[in-house]
Design a protein around this ligand. Structure first.
Ligand SMILES: [Cu+2]
Length: 147
């Protein structure tokens, strides 16, 4: 029920949905925080017909916003987090940010993230060598999955 409601709202373009030149962004959310937590990840889904990269991000709610990627270093069996300069979005099919892949990290939150609130995140986008910006209104979701 909840998923269906969110989908409908997204389809209406009210929440969590943004459109840059040639990039559709949907299902944008930030993980809610617990007391004292200063960083929190953001996830969303990108869809574009052209090769696109996210090359930077910022938010009024955090000191900085980083692009992160989980990687499996060669010869190891533990994944580690790495800060990256860009997230490449392959064209043609929805590309989802996920905890064990690429994601966006709000670092130095100015206050905690609550379920149901909106967190603006500005993304710097590169397409065909040109840069542009889009503001995404990400939804705060509960720290505890399934709630
Ligand atoms: Cu990270």
């Amino acid at each position: 029920m909840r998923a269906r409601t969110l989908l409908l709202i997204a389809a209406l373009g009210i929440h969590g949905l943004a459109q840059a030149a040639d990039l559709r962004i949907s299902e944008a959310w930030v993980r809610g925080t617990v007391t004292g937590q200063k960083n929190s990840p953001a996830y969303m889904v990108f869809e574009t017909p052209r090769a696109t990269a996210i090359v930077g991000a910022s938010s009024p709610r955090a000191d900085k916003v980083e692009l992160h990627e989980m990687q499996m270093p060669e010869g190891r069996d533990l994944m580690t987090m790495k800060r990256v300069e860009r997230i490449e979005i392959p064209p043609g099919k929805p590309y989802k940010l996920i905890p064990l892949g690429s994601y966006i990290m709000l670092v130095g939150l100015k206050k905690g993230v609550d379920a149901g609130e909106r967190i603006p995140i500005t993304l710097q986008i590169e397409q065909d060598g040109k840069r542009s910006e889009v503001v995404v209104q990400a939804e705060g979701r509960s720290f505890y999955p399934g709630k």
